[in-house]
Design a protein around this ligand. Sequence first.
Ligand SMILES: [Zn+2]
Length: 311
Amino acid sequence: MKTLHWIVSRGFTLFFLGLSIIAVVALGYDSHTLMLWFLLPFYGISLLAQTLMPKVKKPLENGELTTDLVSNGVLMVINSLQNAVLSAVFALGSSSLLIQLGWLDPHYGLSNAPLWLQVLVGIMLLDLFFYITHRMAHEIPFLWRFHSVHHCAHRVTFMNAYRAHPLDAMFRRFVPLFFVLLTGISEQALVATAVIGSVLATITHLNMDLKHGWLNYLIGTNEVHRWHHSSRYDEAKNFAVIMLWDHLFGTFYYPRDRDMPEHIGLVNERHFPLHHYGKQLLIPFRWRRLKRRQAGIQRIEKPSDMITGNR
Ligand SMILES: [Zn+2]
């Protein structure tokens, strides 16, 4: 049993990343087939694996599971709509708005490059803009109002990977996709990028006892991403999924001598609706009231009286 634990903890990520590449090719770059025969089984296995080998073994908090389930359901609907829009864009003949507008010669579109290069550029570009939008969501107080919902849980798990305010989720997904689409990437390469990206995003949030070693310096494993969810501002780094961007912009954080953050969640969670989806939808619009209640004051005379830090 110990040997199996050792093998799974060290091999899980690389195995499923490799399998995702094989599945994309074997299942003919078809998004529906890949969802049914690869991604859904992978999600099921991930859920089972984090139940059998949990990193944080705390009982579920009141309302935690319901909030995660509702949030996942809403985002599935939003993502399906987004996929429908993407299919319509490709049906127009080219993924690139620049080509459709006549601003880019079709010969210079990314779809002319070899497929492997398109996927590589697609993943790197998608993640660069994910890094930018994600960091903006932390550092621009207005955007943090929305992104705080994703950070309010007390553990990082597969179940709350998609716990997010819909407007925050759309911002951090649509903007990166938009820039990838500008390149004129082919539909096949976009499907491959999305499938590999989904596997990476799932591993990032797994509440599973995995050991990645050198891989922690390359991708946002759950070991490095847990630090992103620390309630300490100086530890909450690692915004990307491809760690190159965090290395380049000086936001990589991985203390080798520590296992994980002491506290995961918000710095000040007083009066924050930790596990209530309806109230979480409204919290960005009730932010001043939240800050007033947290400060224990009735009225704010001027905005500078408010605690506006991103935590
Ligand atoms: Zn974040």
